[in-house]
Design a protein around this ligand. Structure first.
Ligand SMILES: C[S@@+](CC[C@H](N)C(=O)[O-])C[C@H]1O[C@@H](n2cnc3c(N)ncnc32)[C@H](O)[C@@H]1O
Length: 294
């Protein structure tokens, strides 16, 4: 079975934006995603995703969905490529990411950790969340502020992916954390990552779609709820999410494109939450709300 590349040709700025959109849509599943300069003077770049030919129809459809809103005019092209281990290649390129005092790094970069860093070791794999995406980095930044400045006695990480955010909370404070994901593979990966970061005993990882599990009642209500999913499901789950929030609790939401932020703010404001802060990273926003007065 041959490997192929699906790509769009555009400017450098747009290629980076497409990369972000692809990163979000396809997460860190088994696909390498990259931008490449084709012609520096003419500002021609390509944003590509590498996949096996058998996955082409499904991936092409998700590629189209990812860019439909902002780049409907870009045609998705295709190239059959020679045998190269693109996953290994994409791992080689992963550099450590800083967000506040957190340093999220792969096992190959342990020597980059400085004494004042709060290090989180995550290798790119089958679950989203190496810290490279603007939404993960945004959440890490806000988590640090919230956990340091407010009374946080327990936390929920909904849509945990690699477990990076749950691990971050635990590294800041020794409190119980519930981490859930709709995807059982992500839950397994997240548990492995927590073990590697020596916080596995303190985090309960569960497979659950949305709030469909008894675990939420078991552990809740929560002083902190973090959900990096997507704007649409976040808007839909607003009433339910708020019922699991403790008085004066905080909510950190991400996976929201800048253009979608007002709808999310409206949905949560109508549930009685106050908007505290919105931070931007690569076109994505992370929003902090509190119950009661910010
Ligand atoms: C963008 S990733 C975020 C991963 C990680 N929390 C981070 O910030 O990097 C979203 C994760 O949410 C999960 N997810 C999507 N919809 C969900 C739902 N309705 N309930 C639970 N998890 C969900 C996905 O499987 C995925 O692992």
């Amino acid at each position: 079975m041959s490997e192929i590349r699906l790509f769009v040709s555009t400017t450098e700025v747009n290629a980076n934006r497409v990369l972000d959109l692809l990163g979000f849509e396809l997460g860190e599943e088994d696909f390498a995603i990259a931008t490449t300069e084709v012609d520096e003077k003419a500002d021609i770049w390509e944003a590509s995703i590498y996949l096996m030919m058998e996955d082409e129809d499904a991936v092409r459809a998700r590629f189209e969905t990812a860019i439909a809103e902002e780049f409907a005019e870009l045609a998705i092209e295709r190239e059959v490529i020679p045998d190269i281990d693109w996953i290994a290649k994409s791992l080689e390129g992963l550099t450590p990411v800083r967000a506040g005092r957190f340093l999220v790094h792969g096992s190959h970069d342990r020597d980059k950790v400085q004494p004042h860093d709060i290090a989180i070791e995550i290798d790119a794999g089958q679950a989203f969340g190496t810290g490279h995406h603007g939404t993960t980095a945004g959440c890490l930044e806000v988590i640090e502020t919230v956990v340091r400045s407010r009374k946080v006695r327990n936390a929920l990480d909904l849509g945990t992916g690699s477990g990076v955010l749950a691990i971050a909370v635990r590294k800041l404070r020794p409190i119980p954390v519930l981490a859930t994901d709709i995807d059982p593979i992500a839950v397994r990966v997240a548990r492995d990552n927590a073990r590697r970061n020596q916080v596995v005993d303190a985090i309960d990882f569960r497979t659950a779609p949305g709030f469909h599990s008894t675990a939420f009642r078991e552990y809740g209500p929560f002083d902190l709820i973090i959900a990096n999913i997507l704007a649409r499901p976040l808007i839909k789950m607003a009433p339910q999410l708020v019922t699991h929030l403790a008085p004066n609790g905080s909510v950190i939401l991400s996976g929201i494109l800048a253009s979608q932020r007002w709808k999310v703010i409206a949905a949560y404001s109508s549930q009685g939450l106050s908007h505290v802060r919105t931070i931007w990273r690569n076109g994505w926003v992370t929003i902090h709300f509190t119950q009661g007065k910010g």
